[in-house]
Design a protein around this ligand. Sequence first.
Ligand SMILES: Nc1ncnc2c1ncn2[C@@H]1O[C@H](COP(=O)(O)OP(=O)(O)OP(=O)(O)O)[C@@H](O)[C@H]1O
Length: 292
Amino acid sequence: MSRLEAPGTIRSHEQELKKAGDPTAMGTHCELRGATRVYPGSAGRPALHALGPIDLELEAGRFYAVVGPSGCGKSTLLELLAGLASPSEGEVFINGQPIEGNVADGVGVVFQDDASFPWLTVWDNIAFGLRQKGVSENIISEKVKGATKLMGLTGFESAYPAQLSGGMRQRVCIARTLMMEPKLILLDEPFGALDQQTRLLMGDELLNLWRETGATVLLITHALDEAAMLADVVCVMSARPGVLLDVVETGWPRDRDSRIVSKPEFGAITSRLWSLLREESLNALDTKQRGS
Ligand SMILES: Nc1ncnc2c1ncn2[C@@H]1O[C@H](COP(=O)(O)OP(=O)(O)OP(=O)(O)O)[C@@H](O)[C@H]1O
């Protein structure tokens, strides 16, 4: 069942897994402490306080989703964790080490926009990062084969992105990220452009991937049902500047799949998320309509 816990209390789960010697608890541990992000003003535009302060701890090997009103700072939060931006105040730690604007090793990011390279085949798209790193072709070949199989792309290795569906192109991007064996996978609305059925199936694939790699996953999504189905923990953000409103533990078993959407608990979780977000979303809409 859905239950709410204060952000600090989720630490115990990781400790339990480690004590039990769980091999899947191999992902990255992340922590934001008092992190804020203010975009400086320019050309007569005032500075914009986009995020925080936020305190959030991501335990190794768990699946997190972040939901919140449009423009509340979800992508900004992801950029801080990815090391693509530095906090204006506060700190971000990856495995206990502060990061300051450096993309940490073992972090993979997947964005909403189809980021496949149109001039490369599926195979070469997936191999791209490893080639950049100078990895030998033998090893690349083995890894690409594994990734195409895992992402259901076998048989399409020599196709170009334009010959694939949107869902397949997004799988190519996920496979390319996977190649780098990330211990922290950050996804910003990766299924936003897909139809509902494809989103559910991609969600199942993402769950498989998460189980197989033991990575820590943080998924940003507008879709409350996607968050409720996929995540162990749903972080609910307020309207801008986004702060953590609540942390909802879904309580799903690790071997879940999209069939849980028919369970009564699923409806209870999505209702809980909407009751937390409804007022915030109205506030965000109101602010947008006032043009501030
Ligand atoms: N580089 C930037 N410079 C100035 N303002 C920015 C920049 N990037 C984002 N913002 C602003 O910061 C706020 C938060 O943006 P962000 O993209 O993090 O929100 P979000 O919750 O991911 O939005 P959405 O739900 O619409 O995708 C928004 O008001 C946005 O316009």
